[in-house]
Ligand binder design. Structure first.
Ligand code: NAD
Ligand code: UDP
Ligand code: UDP
Length: 342
């Protein structure tokens, strides 16, 4: 169900980790895809395999600047997602979320296009309600080091709803929880890519703090399926809708899984926990199940194996020795005593 006039789909941040998978999926569905990226954290190599497709177009552009294009749908993913990267130029991160949102909403308004915002579980901050449902307003530090991202995304959500109320723009807001998979940048800084790269290289695995903080990890293919379902849902479904895997793991459990699965000799070391690091995070996905008939299908073990294979090839680290240890891995998962959904 494309917007009026044009069957072209714009993906901002399309050369990033999630965006590149989304572009691939949309092309596979027969769409024309305009991928716009400033290559801050994304790379041309992420979409190099798409460049020969005549329905794919790649444009170097920063969404803090106006963009004029003919499109029927807009997926607004442009924004660095790793704390290391969004904190490296916090002012630009905020500009990307706020000015970028205004520009993309202005484009959607002019084109009568449908627009989807990649929002985040970070709008819940360090949540005091667990698991997090969309009705929870969050617990965010407005002046901390994570604020450029958290508050930027919250401001973007507010702008989307104002354009919806004031200008009748068709909006969709996805609150994305921690997502992982192939094409994460090896120096991305997020926990799964860090642990996998460290384990494959035999470097120390860096747990920040005591490792008791939790996250819920969603495999990228599941997320992309959820984003496309949300975009094509009935007009009255605006969101915000949580998209994430409710399987919840401590960071120490994750480190253990990666070590066992890779058969790595890496030692686990502890480093200081960053300020305002959320203590717990787990999505309530009832709304996505009801409105989108969506739930994740890839369990963490399976997704980790696919991610390990990707990084092993990328880093040229040789055959992984961990396959025989999958049984130990199962034990590690059970030890977590937490039910994963898929
Ligand atoms: P990523 O850093 O790999 O991709 C972001 C992309 O946006 C990169 O290609 C980057 O170069 C581009 N970009 C950044 N600022 C830009 C700007 N001003 N103009 C144009 N392009 C710009 O991150 P990702 O994991 O693929 O995340 C994609 C989106 O999903 C982000 O908006 C992020 O906030 C959101 N999200 C991701 C996760 C996750 O766990 N992956 C969780 C919550 C939300
Ligand atoms: N904009 C854009 N592409 C368009 C239309 C608008 O980038 O096709 C930008 C433009 O920079 C503008 C912003 O979106 O400032 C908001 O547009 P809107 O029409 O809502 O507001 P106005 O132009 O009245 O400020
Ligand atoms: N983390 C860690 N070691 C690392 C990278 C991250 O222990 O090398 C922790 C981090 O402190 C946080 C969790 O893993 O508690 C998830 O961090 P990430 O940056 O992946 O995502 P976010 O904090 O944005 O959820």
């Amino acid at each position: 169900m494309l917007g009026y006039g044009y069957s072209r789909v714009l993906v901002t941040g399309g050369a990033g980790f999630v965006g590149s998978h989304l572009c691939e999926q949309l092309l596979g569905q027969g769409h024309e895809v305009l991928c716009v990226d400033n290559f801050h954290t994304g790379t041309k190599s992420n979409v190099a395999h798409l460049l020969t497709n005549p329905r794919f177009e790649l444009v170097h552009h920063d969404i803090t600047q106006p963009l004029y294009a003919q499109v029927g749908q807009i997926y607004n993913l442009a924004c660095p997602a790793s704390p290391v990267h969004y904190q490296s130029d916090p002012v630009h991160t905020m500009k990307t979320s706020v000015i970028g949102a205004i520009n993309m909403l202005g484009l959607a308004k002019r084109q009568k296009a449908r627009i989807l915002q990649a929002s985040t579980s970070e709008v819940y901050g360090d949540p005091k309600v667990h698991p997090q449902a969309e009705t929870y307003w969050g617990h965010v530090n407005p002046i901390g080091r994570r604020s450029c991202y958290d508050e930027g995304k919250r401001a973007a959500e507010a702008l989307y709803f104002d354009y919806w109320r004031q200008h009748k723009v068709q909006i969709k807001i996805a609150r994305i929880f921690n997502t992982y998979g192939p094409r994460m940048h090896p120096q991305d800084g997020r926990v799964i890519s860090n642990f996998v790269v460290q384990a494959l290289k035999g470097d120390p695995i860096t747990i920040y703090g005591d490792g008791r903080q939790t996250r819920s990890f969603c495999y990228v293919d599941d997320l992309v399926d959820g984003l496309i379902r949300l975009m094509n849902s009935p007009e009255e479904v605006t969101g915000p809708i949580n998209l994430g895997n409710p399987g919840e793991f401590t960071i120490a459990e994750l480190a253990n899984m990666v070590v066992v699965l890779t058969g790595s000799n890496s030692e686990v070391v502890h480093r200081p926990q960053p300020p305002d690091d959320p203590y717990q995070r787990r999505p309530d996905i009832t709304l996505a199940e009801e409105k989108l008939q969506w739930r994740p299908t890839v369990p963490l073990r399976e997704g980790l194996i696919r991610t390990l294979d990707y990084f092993q090839t990328l880093l040229g680290t040789g055959p992984r020795s961990g396959y025989p240890k999958v049984i130990q891995f199962e034990a590690a998962v059970q030890a977590s005593q937490r039910a994963e959904i898929a």
